[in-house]
Design a binder for this molecule. Sequence first.
Ligand code: BJW
Ligand code: ZN
Length: 259
Amino acid sequence: MKFDQALPAQLRAAQRVVVFTGAGVSAESGIPTFRDALTGLWSRFDAARLATPDAFIDDPELVWGWYEWRRMQLLASQPNLAHWAIAQLAQHVPKLTLITQNVDDLHERAGSTKVLHLHGSLQQPRCFDCNEDYSLPDAAPQEPAEGRRLAPPRCSLCGGAVRPGVVWFGESLPVPVMDAAFAAAANCDLLLSVGTSGVVHPAAQIPEIALRSGAGVVHVNPEPKALGIGREWVLPGLAGQVLPELLREAFNTAKAGGK
Ligand code: BJW
Ligand code: ZN
């Protein structure tokens, strides 16, 4: 890919970089996105029946089974070249803040630390009634097939049903995480927005906050959408191809690769 020559130079010069990721960054690991037309989860499953507190109240077995099926997929997957490139980028810039909307742990498994998870994590379930954390067993879950119901575990404190530790529609994002993410966006020099459709709020405001604060924003996506304000670069393509190339161009790195 041919980059606007100003971009690698901007990345080299940036003191504070934010990387903001969505489901597209994990797509090349085999984790489905939400809104891609044919393969996205919401093209096959009804978000209202699976990703809201009311859905869990109505049918906890359906919801728990679906999330355990997704956790199984995650356990069988590996970070891809995009996750590795982002972890590598942190070694090249003075300060990098990684904000993700993803509930997987692929950034951490690639070596990124202090990841701000705006929408929670598949690995940290908690009690629906009293919020007590629930420790998942070390063993992989018992093979919940797609669409198979599974009874949620019970809370050891109050006996309530255990729910996935993710942020559903209509729920507040974790306030300290959101505050840290918004502050990092408002104070960065350059923000890379990778693999997100930018339709879910309040997360979608993050690139706009960066632009309005004077930072440059780079969009990495096979179907990129610029916001049309400020200094933007649009890099059409797969994150696992574009990000390693950008790093090579900016820092002359060897091919960023997994282990
Ligand atoms: C690639 C690629 C490759 C593919 N390389 N790229 C303001 C306006 C309108 C609505 C609202 C608003 N404020 C709040 C709302 C309501 C709602 C909302 O935003 N709805 C919109 C959908 C209309 N927001 C909420 O409800 C939020 N809560 C809230 O605001 O609370 C306020 C409140 C106030 C008072 C009291 C209480 C509350 C919560 C939102 C929670 C979102 N949860 C989910 C599910 C998480 C759990 C789970 O995993 O099941 O989070 S929904 C889903 O969407 C998930 C994602 O994190 C999120 C974002 O999706 P993402 O990551 O962008 O994925 P896709 O699929 O959309 O896009 C993938 C992109 O990748 C595409 O562009 C591809 O092209 C690209 N791609 N391959 C690079 N290889
Ligand atoms: Zn409880």
